[in-house]
Design a protein around this ligand. Sequence first.
Ligand SMILES: Nc1ncnc2c1ncn2[C@@H]1O[C@H](COP(=O)(O)OP(=O)(O)O)[C@@H](O)[C@H]1O
Ligand SMILES: CSC[C@H]1O[C@H](OP(=O)(O)O)[C@H](O)[C@@H]1O
Length: 399
Amino acid sequence: MAQYRTFTAADAIQYARQHVGWDDASALVDAQEVGDGNLNLVFRIVDHQGVSRVVVKQALPYVRCVGESWPLTLDRARLEAETLRAHSQHCAEHTVKILHHDPQLAVMVMEDLSSLHIWRRELVQGRYYPQAAAQLGHYLAHTLFHTSDFWLHPHEKKAQVVRFINPEMCEITEDLFFNDPYQKHQRNRYPSELEDTVALLRNDDQLRTAVAALKHRFFSQAEALLHGDLHSGSIFIGEGQLKVIDAEFGFYGPIGFDVGTAIGNLLLNYCGLAGLLPPREAAEARELRLQDVKIVWRQFEHQFLTLAVEKTNDDALAWSGYAPLFLQKVLADAIGYCGTELIRRTVGMAHVADLDTIRDDAMRSACIAQAIHLGKALILAAPHVAHVNDFIARIRQYG
Ligand SMILES: Nc1ncnc2c1ncn2[C@@H]1O[C@H](COP(=O)(O)OP(=O)(O)O)[C@@H](O)[C@H]1O
Ligand SMILES: CSC[C@H]1O[C@H](OP(=O)(O)O)[C@H](O)[C@@H]1O
């Protein structure tokens, strides 16, 4: 069994050659380290023509963007590969293909998606992909339904919950989403002129109660195998194509968390657009983003309901009145988690290019303030929103 060592580019090439399972694996001759996320090494393995053919990703024993002072479990590579494989069983068309993985080396070899584009980069440039929102809704419905109690036998479901226990990665989310932004913490980062706005988050009793309830459900509601960090930087996009990567935060949690973080990232873009594009283009792009939000929810809801009617295995859950009631609760959760994503990406440690790349300082602060206000309003409104049209109306009101 191979002992863990951090890969060099040469290691990554050799490893790819051994594990891609191609006759022409010797054509893999060079590697470029392209990791731009917070956590891991990512090598694109290229051929003689410089064309990227396959990707090797390895977990480091610490958080990459911080360094060795923040150690982190290598088991996240196993969880990432196994979550992506599980999701691929139910939604292969929108999940990156894992070709090989080794839990000891914390490494995986996967399909190369370099011909597509990271969605966040496209959103920041104002480029629109009309099919993306519906495909994201499809991905959410199929991965979440088929890993839930609606589909899995109760014994299988419980075994899956155990297999995907992910305490260290969940703890990062528990701290970064639900603790740090609502207290003074050295990890927080926001413009100093927003100190009063941020202080209001710490001092709002109703908000703190709502955030506690969202965290409690994140701890305790093992509804489905979540991606766990479904943001637009973890989604590749192209003409008619959408593929999800980077599932190391995968675990059994509340379905609304995946739906809400995905929508939250569309709304972070919505808040940033005024600082990213000229006024007329920004206004048009903001309308498209609201349309995207509506489509993600509607597709998810429609497809989950259809799957529930056609495929629910459990006798009680198959009762016709139950799935719509369950989805009401998922919508409320999703709006709440969407609000926490807006706040943790603006006040907390991990930021997004949709806001950070705004060049004008005053405009950047104004857009960040808007995201914080919207996040807070959504967390408070979540239990009272009965329909997606009401959700959109609240975004227009507060964003
Ligand atoms: N399958 C892939 N094909 C092509 N590029 C990839 C692939 N997976 C990751 N990348 C590149 O590596 C970057 C970081 O990958 P990611 O999985 O987000 O790392 P991290 O876990 O550190 O966040 C992505 O933004 C993308 O540019
Ligand atoms: C200390 S990890 C911070 C942050 O980074 C992760 O994102 P990614 O793996 O895509 O870079 C995740 O969102 C964590 O909350």
